[in-house]
Design a protein around this ligand. Structure first.
Ligand SMILES: [Zn+2]
Length: 271
């Protein structure tokens, strides 16, 4: 049978010798193994934002062998980005972040496919963008995009792993369409509490961004491998100064205008 399959089909079914060697240390993990590596190879992850969080998270996912990465960002690389956006170098300044990061990831791993979209996340395009996606990473740096992304992911029932960092602190949560009893991003952070604070106005530690993005990438991989994530029911707060992490339990807000409608629909189905 095997010789009837195209190279592409074979690639989808098994790991090459070169891939085996490349991924040998992670496949060694009991919870990862060869089957998990194949799962990653078939996975598609959409990364919204190619700044500090997106740089590091995307690099880990590319390194781990996630088969398809879609990068979305409309910004260009600036000199002040370089302390924390480690995939970029001085020669990338003024180039589109999504394209520069995509090029870097392709150089990093020949076995993956990387698609770059040099545009801001557009909810009207979400249906196309999320097509066949297994997971979306929120690596944005502004509240407007974060709320719009949360809304789109809930509407399309696509899991969203949302990270943010400012100063020396960061946070992480997973909005899982299969566990909506714990609510969405907006259940926790109502848009009325919107803040103008961001890295531009408040400053940020590059290494702190790396810590949060590493947690985000690790949880993304664990989620794709089918492992249970406590982030679906909680909010992780990470403080890189005190070295204290806090895990806060989440619950849905019955007044949330974003995830209340799908939940009501689910209840109708269950009843
Ligand atoms: Zn909600």
């Amino acid at each position: 049978m095997a010789d009837l399959l195209t190279d592409q089909a074979l690639n989808e079914l098994e790991l090459s010798d070169r891939e085996f060697i490349r991924y040998s240390r992670q496949v060694m993990l009991e919870q990862w193994n060869e089957q998990g590596q194949l799962t990653l190879k078939k996975a598609k992850v959409v990364i919204i934002g190619c700044g500090g969080l997106g740089n590091i998270a995307a690099s880990f996912l590319a390194g781990a062998g996630v088969g398809q990465l879609v990068l979305v960002d409309d910004d260009c690389v600036e000199l002040s980005n370089l302390p924390r956006q480690l995939a970029f170098e001085e020669g990338d300044i003024e180039n589109a972040k999504a394209l520069a990061l995509a090029n870097r990831l392709r150089e990093q791993n020949e076995h993956i496919e990387v698609v770059a979209q040099t545009q801001r996340f557009d909810a009207d395009d979400a249906h196309h963008l999320f097509n066949q996606a297994d997971l979306v990473l929120d690596c944005t740096d502004n509240f407007a995009t974060r709320y719009a992304l949360n809304h789109s992911c809930v509407a399309h029932a696509i899991p969203l792993l949302s990270a943010s960092v400012i100063g020396w602190q960061g946070q992480l949560l997973l909005v899982d369409p299969n566990q909506m009893d714990y609510g969405c991003y907006q259940c926790l952070f109502d848009s009325a509490q919107d803040s103008a604070a961001n890295c531009t106005t408040s400053g940020v530690s590059g290494a702190a961004v790396g810590i949060i993005a590493s947690y985000q990438a690790n949880e993304a991989i664990r989620y794709l491998l089918g492992q249970r994530s406590s982030l679906a029911s909680s909010l992780l707060l990470i403080d890189s100064q005190s070295l204290q992490n806090q895990i806060l339990k989440r619950a849905y807000d019955e007044n949330c205008s974003i995830c209340n409608a799908p939940r009501q629909k689910e209840n109708v189905n269950v009843d």
